[in-house]
Design a protein around this ligand. Sequence first.
Ligand code: DAK
Length: 260
Amino acid sequence: MKFKYILTEQKDRVLLITLNRPKALNALSPQLMAELSQAVVDADLDEKISCLVLTGSKKAFAAGADIRDMKGKSYMDVYKADFITSEWEAVSRCRKPVIAAVSGYALGGGCELAMMCDFIIAAENAKFGQPEINLGVIPGAGGTQRLPRFIGKSKAMEMVLLGQDRFMDACEAERCGLVSRVVATDDLMADVIETANKISRLSTPSLMMAKESVKRAFEVNLAEGVRFERRLFHSSFATEDKEEGMAAFIEKRSPNFKNK
Ligand code: DAK
């Protein structure tokens, strides 16, 4: 499928998705989100892809949902149509690893989209924020829920309640656990692609199980989470990749995973 608002490029087993509305700082219009959703759903089912990378431009990962699109909508419009809900679920539902490479602004829905990915690698110039309050609304794609889970209540409250007066820079974002690492702005994509390549050489079913298990930690209590992990750990013994991985260790060679 030909996309208008995103670019896709497959490199080995990694799919790079670049949000591509640079003049609007990658404002996340319904059309853009529909394309992103399609690309992610397709990649999730594609045997030749093991890992996804989501990025924007140097100036903006994404400056939020498209305010021009939202401006004319009434309560009845958004409630009855369940405004853009389905388009926003693909990334958080993706079963394969998704890395967010964030340079510049990740605001509102842009910050929320980055948080739906499995981890965020940030450029030194990254700025995270939830400025919806300045528009007379509140975050609508998980900002009030994921942000406090990742950075704690005080910082999340400050960001959600102060909006554009409380953006978070990359350094603070790393310190409080919102991002896994900060890299020099010009090195961001090379670093993220190298990371994605390392992941993509591992066993895809193991990656999917590992991801599912970590995500479970945010949904259930510790005892249930550990029980869930145990069941998936046992399941991993049914894979051919488990035989290969353990044999390779004992034979002192690199594993050649078949993703089975
Ligand atoms: N929407 C539409 N256009 C935007 C935009 C946005 N979010 N952000 C920037 N642009 C456009 C600007 O209008 C401008 O267009 P032209 O005037 O050139 O035509 C162009 O991008 C460049 O922006 P600026 O001229 O403003 O650039 P600056 O460098 O001066 O400022 C900025 C950069 C990022 C600080 C500023 O653009 C800004 O404050 N942008 C708005 C940030 C914001 O408020 N974001 C939150 C939007 S609300 C949901 C899912 C998601 C959401 C809700 C529900 N469901 C699933 C239900 C999400 C809501 C939001 O994100």
